[in-house]
Design a protein around this ligand. Structure first.
Ligand SMILES: [Zn+2]
Length: 302
């Protein structure tokens, strides 16, 4: 039997070590490094365990964008309740835009006195049937043209501003008249009843155009319906396109008069756009309101 010598066994071991173990070790290291650096790319299921050199994309702070979410409709039942970080604040729209003319089921008495220039009178808050201003004077005292003399009363508190308004409008070549002003509780009642009858008993039809007794700003003596020769001093949408309507819209607030039912705000005010209906809230209040960019209804709710 040929027994290998000690030298030849060492030589063979060296050969095995050089030819097998070293390449195997190198191969193992290469595989390990490759796996450590790129393993998650090829085996994403392993994500979550720590990997050498693996940088997880910063996906948690990215805004979730779902094109199916209609952010302009906060009432939509389709919106997933999972909180979504919105890049900009979404202003909620009023609760109902469909039946804006309807009165709420619960109606309250106004929280401020009728004498307060900032009392909120709308479909939810009504003035007491007994309220009437104590300082009513004829509107023509201000020098403004009126449709019918001796007919329209306003509160004395606004006479000076109305006078200034009229002077400036005339200077600007604009004719402005008064075609309606103070309405007592009983007048409102008969006016509303007239509109219900006119619409063959249709209450919702009347609610779109006329206030129920106690709910009209005209009971305050600070609400005025303006007219103009331009449209024959009549109340209604023919006033919309007059120079007078534009002038009042641009300048009325400088004299304390602000539009009561602006265009596009039906769901907030509960009334159709009325280009002719203004309410006096005083010069400083009107300026604050205009500067804050909100409508009268919202300003009075503050
Ligand atoms: Zn009016």
């Amino acid at each position: 039997m040929n027994i290998p010598s000690k030298e030849s066994r060492i030589k063979r071991l060296k050969l095995v070590g050089l030819n097998v173990l070293i390449p195997l070790t190198i191969l193992f290291l290469v595989i390990y490094i490759c796996f450590a650096y790129f393993g998650y790319v090829f085996f994403p299921v392993l994500k979550g365990s720590s990997g050498v050199g693996y940088v997880e994309p910063n996906i948690v702070n990215l805004p979730i964008v779902d094109t199916n979410i209609k952010v302009d409709n906060p009432d939509s039942k389709d919106i997933d309740p999972v909180p979504v970080k919105q890049p900009t604040k979404v202003t909620p729209k009023p609760a109902s835009t469909s039946n804006w003319w309807e009165y709420p089921s619960k109606i309250y008495q106004t929280t401020k006195s009728g004498n307060d220039l900032l009392v909120l009178v709308n479909k939810k808050y009504r003035l007491p049937s007994t309220y009437a201003p104590s300082d009513l004077v004829l509107a023509e005292k201000s020098g403004i043209r009126v449709k019918a003399k001796g007919t329209y009363y306003v509160r004395k508190v606004l006479i000076n501003d109305l006078k200034e308004l009229n002077i400036q409008a005339k200077k600007d070549g604009v004719d402005i008249s008064i075609i309606s002003a103070y309405r007592s509780y009983s007048t409102q009642k008969s006016t509303y009843d007239y509109w219900v009858k006119y619409n063959n008993g249709c209450v919702s039809c009347a609610d779109k155009i006329s206030a129920r007794a106690g709910h009209s700003q005209h009971q305050l003596g600070t609400a005025i319906d303006f007219g103009s020769k331009e449209n024959g001093d009549v109340v209604g949408s023919s006033f919309d396109s007059t120079k007078a309507a534009k002038w009042l819209n641009d300048n009325g607030w400088k004299y304390g008069f602000v539009i009561g039912y602006p265009k596009g705000s039906e769901s907030v005010t509960g009334y159709n756009y009325e280009s002719w209906h203004y309410r006096y809230i005083g010069g400083s209040n009107a300026m604050k309101m205009v500067q804050s960019g909100i409508i009268l209804e919202e300003y009075l709710k503050q």
